[in-house]
Design a protein around this ligand. Structure first.
Ligand SMILES: NC(=O)c1ccc[n+]([C@@H]2O[C@H](COP(=O)([O-])OP(=O)(O)OC[C@H]3O[C@@H](n4cnc5c(N)ncnc54)[C@H](OP(=O)(O)O)[C@@H]3O)[C@@H](O)[C@H]2O)c1
Length: 328
């Protein structure tokens, strides 16, 4: 039997399509407003909620860049600070400066996380023993020296990235978090990266390590929430630092100071779809929103554009290395 459409059917289809289009538009508008609210308006949880004045914050990778800023801004909020990185002299100097500027107590531990030594973790356990650690900042991280195809990435570089970014974060958290659970309060921030949000060719190992941290941190957040411990992965696009090799900050590349100010002001605020994954700096939030809602975080096009950007960075880095080699 042939199906015939009369004017009534056509009207019905048109009305259905209009409702569907309206619903899609409304959903789009809702997502846009949700993004604007999270990026520009919604305040984060107060730091005081996680520990009283005089409780402690432990920061890894605390002698430079983003980690050093976390140490300064947490000390300015009256937290005593445990500083960890490799270079004792830098940690000692920062510790003294924090004590004199903010009248807080500090302790420091010079540790190379790449070595993954049990005795270093025992030192951390001894240092936190008996202290009210309110905040843990898992900031230490290593990227590739320059963007490099995976098949020619040196074995040591791969091992160091995984050991520092992943193993150290897990081990330090297992030492610090039980005390927070007992006290029924605490904050664990772990530094993520856009390289973990969207697969990044030529930084494949770093990208994978940050994606690992993202899943791990969001999973841990749900485990520890009933104990009153808040866990966030802090996602960032570029920040001007030794790691990014970028000195001048801009609208999309903040200084460590402005980045950390945003991070500490946006605890528990999420631009993307994953609870527990925050993107605190406003322009990074806009990028995250657009990637998730307009482009698709892991879409073939995004991965292609990202890959060609890192191929360009590699070419420039190789040319710079060549010029420097000629000078010597
Ligand atoms: N900068 C960016 O564009 C950017 C973007 C996204 C995410 N991130 C993430 O943000 C975090 C901090 O990056 P950053 O740019 O601030 O880096 P940075 O300026 O290079 O500082 C790294 C810090 O980690 C310490 N460190 C390095 N290797 C270590 C090791 N093996 N053991 C112990 N400490 C070590 C360094 O001090 P010593 O040399 O004294 O050990 C320094 O204090 C990292 O997790 C990174 O992946 C950065």
């Amino acid at each position: 039997m042939a199906i015939t459409f009369d004017a009534k059917h056509v009207r019905l289809v048109k009305t259905g399509l209009a409702y569907f289009g309206g619903a899609v538009l409304l959903y789009g508008l809702f997502r846009l407003l949700q993004g604007i609210f999270a990026i520009f308006i919604q305040p984060g949880k107060s730091l005081r909620k996680f520990g009283p004045k005089g409780s402690w914050a432990l920061v890894t990778g605390a002698s430079d860049g983003i980690g050093k800023e976390y140490a300064y801004q947490l000390a300015a909020n009256d937290f005593n600070i445990i500083l960890i990185s490799r270079t004792a002299s830098k940690l000692e100097e920062i510790g003294k400066d924090l004590e004199s500027k903010f009248s807080v107590q500090t302790e420091y531990l010079p540790i190379d996380f790449a070595a993954n030594r049990d005795e270093d973790y025992k030192k951390i356990a001894a240092c936190v023993d008996g202290k009210d650690i309110a905040i843990l900042v898992n900031n230490v991280g290593k990227s590739h020296d320059i963007p490099t195809p995976f098949l020619i990435t040196p074995e040591q570089e791969m091992k160091d990235i995984i050991t520092i970014n992943c193993t150290a974060t897990l081990r330090v958290t297992q030492i610090v978090a039980p005390g927070m659970v007992t006290r029924k309060r605490g904050l664990i921030l772990t530094m993520g990266s856009f390289a973990g949000l969207t697969p990044t060719s030529l930084l494949a190992t770093y990208s994978g390590s940050k994606a690992f941290l993202s899943s791990w941190s969001a999973a841990l957040a749900a485990e520890l929430a009933p104990s009153g411990v808040h866990v966030d992965l802090v996602t960032s696009y570029l920040v001007a630092s030794a790691m990014s090799k970028i000195r001048r900050h801009s609208m999309t590349i903040p200084s460590p100071k402005n980045f950390v100010k945003a991070a500490l002001g946006k605890i528990g605020v999420y631009v993307g779809n994953t609870a527990g994954v925050s993107t605190p700096y406003w322009s990074h939030g806009v990028m995250h929103w657009a990637l998730e809602n307009l482009a698709g975080l892991g879409s073939a096009n995004v991965i292609k554009v990202n890959k060609s950007m890192h191929e360009d960075i590699r070419k420039r880095a190789l040319r710079k290395k060549e010029r420097e080699a000629k000078k010597q």
